[in-house]
Design a protein around this ligand. Structure first.
Ligand SMILES: [Zn+2]
Length: 667
């Protein structure tokens, strides 16, 4: 017996066998049972989902010797001839190759003759949308008032190309994509029938790959069966079709999350050397990220995710945020779109992977917006208001209320605070929580916390999420809390001067108005301050950071302590800094306070907001403007621009409308 392809062999012969189209079959069965037979039907839907099969079943139902019936016997001459395609009364026409008006005229002439044997003369026109306009027009009259023995069944994958005049004369049925579950079950059945042992994972892969088309699934199954013999395994499919295994993708993304581009490139090379095409790699990587995103969204439906959750590297799911995964998908899809025009597809993949290695420092515009909103909110609180307006009414933090001889109490309080903050953050950002966990003993400073770290990785993470730490600390304390991340005393010199360089501790130069605060400023603040040579700072390039786009934008922004008695001097320091850095700033055009701000000494609150915004955006701010009216806070507003010359900030500029809105929003 000659080999018959599965798609043909498994073609459904009754409405009941029609997979995944229960609405269509139920409606047709019901209308046949009630004898309501239309002159024209239009079946639309994606390829390989059963349109032509349904048309043939309908033809059999109409012409079966025991019919018209909803359950054609499949045994009578009429049924057999329709199944074989030899029936004289069922005429199948390919719309794609019979597009002209002449072809339709021929049909018009033929319909005048009654059927040869059967009850009905049935025209099945596939890909009907390919007919020319004049052909459609020629058809119009015929399908409106055909002889009673005529039925038209049109099938199309593109119903929108069928003129409305035709559609309105047809009973329309929309066929759906078949779900992975159903295809999977059908494949299992085929494997059983053909005596092929198939792994579930392999069949699930085929089902997913078929993308809702049962015909595609059968064709793929045949292809795989032909090289697999009697046993189909996922491993076999991967090797033969050059697919990327989940293990390789896990390894690749582990390297990406670590930001280890060297390791990522090595893995990438290994994958490509196995014969995987760049296209396939990108496709599989997108599917991988998509599955991770679905898992993050707590979607458990198995047919949507490429593998069970346990098969995914836990660190990928735990350490990335949803927006980072979304960004990865966008980036990979973008690389895929560029493949065709690229001089070398491999370069596109490498570029995408290189960009992904900065994934951990990606912040979405939405997150930035949230950060900003939090600043606004913090600023709005009474405490902050008091801080800005009334130096004498300094609201000290709980931890600062203790005096020197209560240092052990303070440590207990600090360790409590540390525990609470880390505990809170653990739910939101595991990476950050573990970085905080690794930090050395926290210290209190005049108006907040000092978090000492021992290496650059931790420094980077903490700096990046500084706003989040501040927010969490404020939640725990019930008061605003400044955060300062610095290297451990021993590390400062060994780890090079980058920390000081990057975030010089610009302390107020003049004496504080408030004697009490002098005693509460921890001694190490002063030590660091002494160590910094401001001129040196001004002349040095900013250090390398994990995110190069940010780094290019990095400008020296003094991290000023936000405390009531430093506010006034903060701006003075900025101005001094500006004159020191004048040349540099002019050339890089990165921080420009408006003239207005320079001429008129800003209000303390203004300097404070500029300070906070600069901190959050770490140098990406190219201009800020604030108008704050202490007498009427409701009328205050502030605005700022972000640099547009890097990919990082072009993301931001997409959201510029949103940011502009803030201008109008009242603080
Ligand atoms: Zn029959």
């Amino acid at each position: 017996m000659p080999f018959e392809v599965t798609a043909t062999r498994k073609r459904p012969q009754t409405f009941e066998e029609l997979a995944g189209q229960s609405f269509v079959s139920a409606t047709l069965i019901s209308s046949l049972e009630q004898g309501r037979i239309a002159h024209a039907y239009l079946f639309s839907g994606p390829r390989g989902c059963g349109k032509t099969s349904t048309a043939r079943i309908l033809a059999k139902a109409l012409n079966c010797e025991q019919g018209p019936t909803a359950h054609p016997c499949g045994k009578c001459d009429s049924c057999i001839s329709i199944t074989n395609g030899s029936s004289l009364d069922v005429i199948e026409i390919d719309g794609a190759s019979n597009t002209s008006v002449d072809n339709i005229r021929q049909i018009k002439d033929e319909v005048l003759f009654p059927p040869n044997i059967g009850r009905y003369k049935i025209y099945i026109i596939d890909e009907v949308h390919m007919l020319s306009m004049s052909a459609f027009n020629a058809l119009l009259k015929t399908i409106e008032e055909p002889p009673p023995y005529i039925a038209f069944i049109f099938a199309t994958t593109e119903p929108h190309k069928v003129p409305a005049t035709i559609k309105s004369r047809c009973q329309q049925f929309n066929f759906r994509l078949i779900s992975v579950d159903i295809i999977f079950e059908l494949l299992k059945q085929v494997a059983l029938e053909t005596g092929i042992e198939a792994e579930e994972e392999a069949l699930l892969w085929i089902a997913r790959e078929a993308a809702g088309s049962i015909r595609d699934a059968y064709t793929l199954f045949d292809q795989i069966a032909s090289f697999s013999g009697t046993k189909i395994t996922a491993q076999n499919i991967r090797e033969t079709l050059g697919l990327v295994g989940l293990d390789s993708l896990n390894a690749l993304f582990r390297a990406i999350i670590k930001g280890n581009s060297k390791e990522a490139f090595v893995i990438l090379d290994e994958i490509l050397m196995q014969g995987v095409s760049p296209e396939q790699l990108l496709t599989d990587a997108v599917n991988y990220c998509r599955s991770v995103l679905l898992i993050m969204n707590d979607i458990k439906k198995e047919d949507l995710i490429i593998a069970p959750r346990a098969a995914f590297e836990p660190i990928v799911i735990e350490s990335l945020s949803k927006s980072q995964v979304e960004y990865s998908i966008a980036l990979l899809l973008d690389a895929y779109r560029h493949l065709k025009e690229s001089i070398e597809p491999r370069h596109e993949v490498e570029l995408a992977i290189a960009k992904l290695c900065h994934l951990s420092s990606y912040i979405s515009p939405h997150e930035l917006f949230d950060m900003l909103h939090n600043i606004q909110r913090t600023f709005k609180t009474n405490e902050m208001h008091a801080l800005s307006l009334n130096e004498n009414k300094s609201s000290e933090l709980l931890i600062n209320k203790t005096t020197n001889n209560e240092s052990s109490d303070r440590q207990i309080l600090l360790s409590e605070l540390r525990k609470k903050i880390i505990g809170k953050l653990r739910n939101q950002n595991l990476f950050l929580a573990s970085a905080l966990d690794k930090s050395a003993e926290w210290q209190s400073k005049h108006n907040g916390l000092i978090i000492p770290v021992s290496n650059r990785v931790e420094m980077d993470i903490l700096l990046r999420f500084e706003a989040l730490i501040m927010e969490t600390a404020a939640q725990v304390l019930g008061k605003p809390c400044a955060i300062e991340v610095r290297y451990l005393s021993g590390q400062e010199s060994s780890e090079n001067s980058e920390n000081c360089n990057l975030r010089p501790q610009l302390q107020p130069k003049t004496k504080s108005n408030e004697p009490r605060s002098q005693t509460s400023v921890p001694h190490d603040c002063e030590t660091i301050q002494g160590e910094i040579d401001q001129k040196k700072v001004a002349n040095e390039r900013p250090p390398k950071k994990s995110n190069p786009s940010l780094q290019e934008n990095m400008e020296i922004i003094g991290e000023k302590e936000v405390s009531p008695d430093s506010l006034e001097h903060t701006f003075e320091t900025q101005q001094t800094g500006r004159s020191d850095n004048d040349e540099k700033i002019a050339s890089t055009n990165q921080i420009q306070f408006s003239d207005n701000l320079e001429q008129n000494k800003p209000k303390e609150s203004e300097a404070h907001v500029i300070d906070v915004v600069c901190k959050v955006f770490k140098g990406a701010v190219i201009g800020t403007k604030l108008s704050y009216e202490p007498s009427n806070p409701e009328k205050s507003s502030f605005a700022f621009n972000l640099s547009r010359n890097t990919s990082y900030s072009s993301e931001l500029s997409n959201q510029s409308e949103e940011f502009t809105d803030i201008q109008d929003e009242e603080i």
